[in-house]
Write a protein that binds this ligand. Structure first.
Ligand code: ADP
Ligand code: ZN
Ligand code: ZN
Length: 815
């Protein structure tokens, strides 16, 4: 008897055994996919992780439907890594499998598919089965895979659907919600009949308008110089010609226009033979990294903002490519990839691939396969955290830029992994090196570097020796008292903005809160409108004249009377980006002011568009939330204003102070140019607060020491590892009882601090009440054993009848 052990893309804590024939047994390899029946009538794409002769004891093994791959799609490094993630982050391996693979790879009977819009296809190229599916989708907007089985009257249809997906004729449901529209760049080229010398001459003679001739000459010069596609933008910039001239030449069929996708262009043509020259400080850091890597697997590059970390990464990547290794470059935010791609392709041309969740299934599948085959097209992969799951087998280097960013940690759904930490484990398996980069490292990382676990390299100067910005504090209490305020702006800030703008420089203003003002409060009775399904106050959005819940999206029109006492005296408390934008418009009516926050960057490319127009100096003042702090590089910003530093400082979170420091230092780092020292103005009620002082003096060390001490005293990382258990239920009493039970059992069985069950500040979201329990694992206690004990207790909790309906979520290293 022959069996295979498979993973199913479900939240089930184990693997499953299926029966295969001898022929199949001999064909199947670990990492191949098979379609298998599961439950009463469902079919799933399962992943083979083992082959054996041992029948399962608890159930009769079913037979598989069909083998889906000719060769493994997932390698053994990955399977081992998934197993690690599953056990470390206390989630089922099925969750990891599901989270790791592009969904096109894991079709199941419930998968909903539809046909792509605006298709122009030749139906003769379709097989009979493919045609039947195609035809059915002309009549119905979507089908379940199950329906297709009925239409074709067979069970083995995954390969057929897969083929249609590969041909880009179908899309899967989650894609329909947000179909990725890649950015297209407009290029032009000469029609073919003009590309010969003779054709050219004839053309030049035939042209009458001097403007058109002039434009063509510029085109030729560019063409000779660049040897790469010429974008319309580039040509207009160089020739100073109007778009009308270009249009005329297109209409005359002299120029032909075409579009290329920005991040999927043939990068090769983008490659410039520039030799990267490192500054002395950079060269020194680069050498030290090399030294460190001889003995350490992980190194931290602690370089002040604008020290040119990217250039050092680039140099390192060159080394690893020369050794024929793969390189993974992780960023905290996909919106940053565009900037980085254009920088890296200048050096590496075609060898850069990008992977992120906004890509269509097809594109993700394409990159997956390139990595799997170690194709030259994906020697360097840039991506946000999910890129970690690509089938690397020959990694030499993993770079994690802005390693302190929270976005490397996935909070929902499972697997709730931290991509930085998981990357270190992956690298170990492949004997690769990891470089963590940041101007404001996380306390945990810096601790690891201090204790010698990681190597550490620091750069204290900016590239070009530009000085770090000068920080000026504005005491809000005093300024309000002395009436030196206009709205939320101190006169000091207004003067600085006026000056910067008058010099043609740009300004960034930071307010870490979106919306107009956080809350509306009744001045008569103090009532604050709340969300009906979450225990939070609603945020006022002036533009839409709405109150909105930032947790569930619930919204109501702005009330004219207090809901509690009907008074009409309702006033706004606090302020958000929207209000700052509005006040700015009054203070600087002739200036172009834009806002960057979740509300203005929801649409496709709206983030990129904002960045682009800010870079090209169309925007004078950019107001934004923490989005501004994420490693953007602008060369004309000389002033950064932090509207109110205090809201950050008083978050009920053990990392609030560390994060405040990071956020302020990062935003401040956007100020200054090579030739001019930048200025940062921080408005605060707490000028003497240690964090404010540390930001002012750029005193990372001071911040670190102080925070580390607090972590020790209050039992937090890096001294204690944390597991947070979140319990949810609609019934308040049941939840209260259940969480008390769980808390007591944990408390009795673990020799370590167990805290809770606590009602978090926001104790109800989407009508579910919430309680949390926190387990603090001391350094000298086994993580593995503790997790095992916790899991055992969770398992017994689950079988208690009255608590079964309570949802429990485990989050390891939740911070
Ligand atoms: P960081 O990531 O450390 O904040 P960047 O890598 O963004 O800094 O570099 C800041 C700026 O300095 C960028 O515009 C970059 O192009 C420029 N720069 C850094 N190093 C060099 C170098 N060796 N040669 C030319 N320009 C450099
Ligand atoms: Zn009232
Ligand atoms: Zn809500």
């Amino acid at each position: 008897m022959h069996f295979i052990e498979v993973l199913l893309p479900l939240s089930l804590p184990k693997t499953f055994t299926y029966k295969v024939s001898e022929v199949e047994y001999n064909y199947i390899q670990k990492g191949m996919r098979v379609a298998v029946p599961f439950g009463k009538s469902k079919i799933y794409t399962a992943l083979v992780i083992d082959l054996h002769q041992v029948p399962p004891t608890l159930y009769e093994a079913k037979e598989i439907h069909q083998i889906l791959d000719e060769k493994p799609l997932v390698n053994e490094f990955q399977i081992a890594h998934w197993q690690w993630i599953s056990s470390y982050y206390m989630c089922s391996i099925g969750d990891v499998y599901r989270g790791a693979m592009p969904s096109a790879f894991i079709l199941e009977s419930e998968t909903i598919i539809s046909s792509k819009k605006d298709l122009n296809i030749d139906v003769k190229e379709l097989s009979d089965d493919e045609f039947l599916i195609y035809e059915a989708l002309q009549q119905q907007s979507s089908l379940k895979v199950q329906d297709i089985m009925a239409i074709l009257n067979k069970k083995n249809i995954f390969p057929i659907v897969q083929k249609l997906l590969n041909k880009d004729l179908l899309s899967l449901q989650e894609e329909m919600l947000e179909e990725y529209k890649p950015k297209l760049i407009r290029y032009i080229r000469l029609y073919e009949n003009y590309t010969t010398d003779a054709g050219l001459m004839a053309l030049l003679i035939s042209l009458k308008g001097t403007k058109q001739k002039d434009l063509l000459m510029h085109y030729f010069q560019l063409n000779v110089k660049e040897k790469k596609p010429i974008s319309v933008k580039q040509l207009t910039e160089i020739s100073q010609a109007s778009t009308a001239v270009i249009k005329a030449l297109i209409n005359k069929n002299i120029f032909e226009e075409y579009h290329l996708q920005q991040d999927r262009v043939n990068f090769d043509s983008n490659k410039e033979e520039t030799n990267l020259v490192l500054s002395d400080a950079q060269q020194l850091a680069y050498n030290e990294i090399g030294e460190n890597f001889k003995t350490k697997e992980v190194s931290l590059l602690h370089g002040v903002t604008s020290s040119g970390k990217t250039e050092i990464y680039t140099k390192l990547i060159e080394d690893y490519l020369a050794q024929d290794k793969q390189v993974l470059y992780m960023l905290p935010e996909i919106a940053l990839t565009t900037q980085l791609v254009s920088r890296l392709t200048q050096h590496f041309g075609n060898e850069v691939a990008v992977f992120h969740s906004k890509y269509s299934n097809n594109e993700r599948v394409e990159v997956w396969n390139q990595v799997l085959e170690q194709s030259v097209k994906a020697k360097i992969v840039i991506g946000a955290r999910s890129a970690l799951f690509l089938p690397f087998s020959n990694l030499g280097l993993i770079i994690i830029d802005e390693e302190h960013e929270q976005t490397f940690k996935q909070q929902d759904p499972a697997p709730r992994y931290n991509a930085r930490d998981a990357a270190i484990v992956l690298a170990q398996a492949q004997k690769a090196k990891v470089l963590l980069g940041s101007a404001t490292p996380s306390i945990e990382t810096y601790f690891n570097a201090q204790s010698g676990k990681f190597g550490m390299i620091s750069i204290k100067e900016r590239f070009g020796k530009a000085p770090l910005p000068e920080v000026e504090l504005v005491d809000l209490k005093e300024n309000y008292f002395k009436k030196r305020m206009k709205g939320h702006f101190s006169l000091t800030l207004i003067e600085a903005i006026t000056e910067a703008l008058s010099l043609g420089e740009q300004v960034i203003l930071f307010q870490n809160r979106r919306g107009f003002s956080p809350v509306l409060e009744c001045t008569t009775c103090g009532h604050i409108p709340q969300c009906t399904s979450c225990n939070v106050s609603l945020t006022y959005h002036k533009f839409k004249n709405q109150l909105r819940c930032h947790y569930c999206g619930y919204s109501i029109a702005k009330p004219t009377n207090c809901h509690a006492c009907s008074s009409i005296d309702i006033s706004a408390k606090g302020f958000g980006t929207e209000q700052i934008e509005l006040e700015l418009a009054e203070l600087f009516p002739t200036k172009n002011i834009k806002r960057m926050d979740q509300d203005t960057t929801r649409g496709k490319y709206s983030f990129e568009k904002l960045i682009d127009s800010f870079k090209s100096r169309e925007i004078d003042i950019l107001v934004g939330t923490q989005m501004l702090a994420k490693g953007l590089d602008f060369d004309n910003v000389t002033l950064v204003g932090i509207m109110n530093a205090d809201t950050m400082l008083y978050h009920p979170d053990f990392r609030a102070l560390e994060r405040s420091f990071q956020m302020m230092t990062q935003v401040a780092g956007r100020a200054g140019r090579a030739d001019k020292r930048g200025k940062v103005i921080i408005q605060t009620y707490n000028v003497n607060h240690n964090i404010i002082q540390q930001v002012t003096n750029n005193d990372y060390e001071g911040m670190y020491k102080e925070q580390l001490y607090e972590r020790l005293i209050y039992k937090y990382p890096p001294y204690f590892r944390l597991i947070k258990l979140t319990l949810k239920h609609k019934d308040f009493e049941k939840l209260k009882e259940g969480s008390m039970w769980l808390y007591q059992v944990l408390q009795q069985n673990l020799q370590m601090p167990v805290l809770g069950p606590e009602e978090p500040g926001i104790n109800r979201i989407r009508n579910e009440y919430i309680r949390t329990i926190m387990v603090k694992i001391p350094q000298n206690t086994s993580l593995v054993n503790t997790k095992k004990t916790v899991q055992k207790i969770l398992n017994s909790f689950e079988v208690i009848g009255q608590y079964r309906s309570i949802k429990v979520i485990s989050n390891v290293d939740f911070y």
